[in-house]
Design a binder for this molecule. Structure first.
Ligand SMILES: C[S@@+](CC[C@H](N)C(=O)[O-])C[C@H]1O[C@@H](n2cnc3c(N)ncnc32)[C@H](O)[C@@H]1O
Length: 438
C-alpha cells in the first residue's frame, strides 16, 4: 500500500513574519484559543490553557533576575511567555503526556533549524512511502475515530517514529509532537467542548494525515525560526512532578507564581488525552488511564474520587483544611445527602473535600518556594456540583493565608452559567484571578 496523496517533500512554504503582527492582547487570561495564533503556543491545542499574551503582560519588564514558577504548567504557556521575555521560569506538570508536550516545545525552540527540517523531510518521505504491515494498536476507540486508510497511515507514522526516531533529541520530540498534534484534525470523530473525543459524532472537515503532518512541520519550523530570531531564552525548565510534593532542585526560590490549577468542575484531564495516549500505546483501558495519569493529579473530578474510594471524614480531619473546615464540611455533607437521591451517585462530596485539601497542601509547598514578598496569581473558577455552591475564591484565599502568605484579593474576569441554557443547575458562577501577596 502507499499513500494516495501526491506529496512533494521539498515544498515547505516560506516563513511569513507578518502573520503574527496582528496579534494583540485582549485582556482575557482564561482562554487558550487566543494562543492558537501565537508562535510555538499554537503547536498543540490545549483547551485547559490560558492566554500567553496575558502572562507576558503581567511579567513584562520585571527584569532579567526575576524568576517565575507555574506549578500547574500544562503545555507550557507561562514557561514560553517567560522565555520570550528573557526571564527564568520553572514549571511543574504531573500529567505525563501533557508534560511531554510542554518539554517538546521548550527544547524544540532551540533545535537546529536546518537539521530539523532535514529530519522532517526524511520522515515525511518515509511516511508517504510504501506501507508494509505496520503494527497496529488494537483499539475500538481508534477504529471509531478513523477510517481504515487514515488509521493505516497513522500507524505507519507511529511505527517509523518508534523504530527509528524516538531517541529523545529535540528533532525527535518535535516529530512526536507534530504527530500528536495532528491526531484530532485527521479524525472524523467529533470533539466535545474541552476536548473529550466523541466517536459517535462526526465532523465535516477531516485532513489527510500526510497533508496535516506537512502543514504542522511547516508551522513548527516557522515558529522555531521566529523564537530564535526574537531571542527566546533557554531559562525555562519543566519538571514532571506533583505540585503537592514537588521533587525539585533545592535551590529554587521564585519572585512570582503565575498559574491556573484545575477547577473543581469535574473536568477529567486524563480522559482529555485518551485518544492521543491510546494512539501511542501509553494506555489501553479506562483503568490504566487512572493509574498512568489521574492518580498523579489534583482531585478535580468525581471519577478520581470514586476510583480511590475516598472517605469524607478522613479528608475533612486533615489539619490543612482547618481554616475552612466548617463551611466545607457543610457543603460536602449536603453533597453526600443529595447524591443518595441521584441516579449517577457522583462522588462530588469527596471530590470537593480532596480538592481543597490538595490545594491547601500546594500553598504550603509554595510557601517554601516563594521568596518573602512574592506575588502569586491563580486563575481560578468556582463550581456548584449538584447545585451546591463551592466558594473557591474565598476558600483558596484562606488556605493560602493559613500557609503563611499575607493577603489575598479576588478579581472577577467573567460570569459563567448565567444564560441557564441546558444547565443542570442555576447557580451563577464566575472565573477570575486570585492575587496572593507575601
Ligand atoms: C488549568 S491547567 C493549566 C494549563 C496551563 N495554564 C496552560 O496554559 O497550558 C491545569 C494543569 O494542572 C495539571 N495538574 C493537575 N494536578 C497536578 C499536580 N498535582 N501537580 C502538577 N500539575 C498538575 C493538569 O494536568 C493540567 O495540565
Amino acid at each position: 500500500m502507499s499513500g494516495s496523496l501526491s506529496y512533494q517533500p521539498e515544498l515547505f512554504p516560506e516563513y511569513d513574519n507578518s502573520i503574527f503582527s496582528h496579534v494583540r492582547f485582549n485582556g482575557r487570561s482564561g482562554a487558550f484559543i487566543d494562543n492558537m495564533s501565537l508562535p510555538v503556543h499554537r503547536w498543540y491545542r490545549y483547551s485547559a490553557g490560558f492566554s500567553a499574551d496575558w502572562v507576558r503582560q503581567i511579567i513584562h519588564a520585571k527584569g532579567e533576575k526575576y524568576c517565575v514558577l507555574d506549578p500547574f504548567a500544562g503545555v507550557g504557556t507561562t514557561l514560553l511567555a517567560c522565555a520570550s521575555e528573557n526571564m527564568a521560569c520553572w514549571g511543574f506538570e504531573s500529567h505525563p503526556f501533557v508534560h511531554r508536550i510542554a518539554a517538546a516545545k521548550l527544547c524544540g525552540i532551540h533545535a537546529n533549524i536546518r537539521e530539523t527540517k532535514d529530519v522532517f523531510l526524511k520522515f515525511l518521505s518515509r511516511a508517504n512511502g510504501e506501507r508494509k504491515n505496520s503494527s497496529t494498536i488494537p483499539s475500538k476507540l481508534l477504529e471509531k475515530c478513523y477510517g481504515p486508510e487514515e488509521l493505516s497511515i497513522l500507524h505507519h507514522m507511529r511505527e517509523i517514529f518508534l523504530k527509528d526516531y524516538d531517541n529523545g533529541s529535540p528533532s525527535s520530540e518535535l516529530i512526536w509532537l507534530a504527530i500528536t498534534a495532528i491526531l484530532r484534525v485527521c479524525s472524523g470523530a467529533g470533539t466535545a467542548q474541552w476536548q473529550y473525543v466523541l466517536p459517535n459524532k462526526k465532523k465535516s472537515t477531516v485532513i489527510h494525515p500526510i497533508t496535516a503532518l506537512q502543514r504542522k512541520a511547516t508551522e513548527l519550523l516557522q515558529d522555531i525560526e521566529y523564537a530564535q530570531r526574537n531571542g527566546w531564552n533557554s531559562q525555562s525548565h519543566i519538571i514532571q512532578t506533583d505540585a503537592r510534593h514537588p521533587e525539585i532542585p533545592s535551590h529554587i526560590q521564585v519572585d512570582a507564581v503565575v498559574t491556573s490549577p484545575p477547577y473543581p468542575n469535574n473536568y477529567d484531564y486524563a480522559d482529555a488525552t485518551r485518544l492521543e495516549m491510546t494512539f501511542w500505546g501509553d494506555v489501553s483501558s479506562w483503568g490504566q488511564l487512572h493509574k498512568t495519569v489521574r492518580q498523579h493529579l489534583i482531585h478535580s473530578c468525581s471519577q478520581h474520587a470514586a476510583a480511590e474510594k475516598l472517605v469524607l471524614p478522613e479528608i475533612l480531619a486533615d489539619p490543612v483544611l482547618e481554616p475552612i473546615k466548617e463551611e466545607l464540611s457543610e457543603a460536602c455533607h449536603l453533597l453526600a445527602e443529595i447524591r443518595e437521591s441521584r441516579g449517577g451517585k457522583k462522588t462530588y462530596h469527596t471530590m470537593a473535600a480532596a480538592y481543597f485539601r490538595d490545594l491547601g497542601i500546594v500553598f504550603q509547598s509554595l510557601r517554601n518556594l516563594c521568596k518573602p514578598g512574592a506575588s502569586l496569581c491563580f486563575v481560578i473558577g468556582d463550581s456548584a456540583p449538584y447545585g451546591v455552591y463551592l466558594k473557591v475564591d474565598e476558600w483558596l484565599g484562606s488556605l493560602a493565608v493559613a500557609a503563611g502568605f499575607n493577603s489575598f484579593q479576588f478579581e472577577k474576569i467573567r460570569d459563567r452559567n448565567i444564560k441557564w441554557k441546558n444547565r443542570k443547575h442555576r447557580v451563577p458562577l464566575k472565573e477570575g484571578r486570585l492575587w496572593i501577596e507575601g
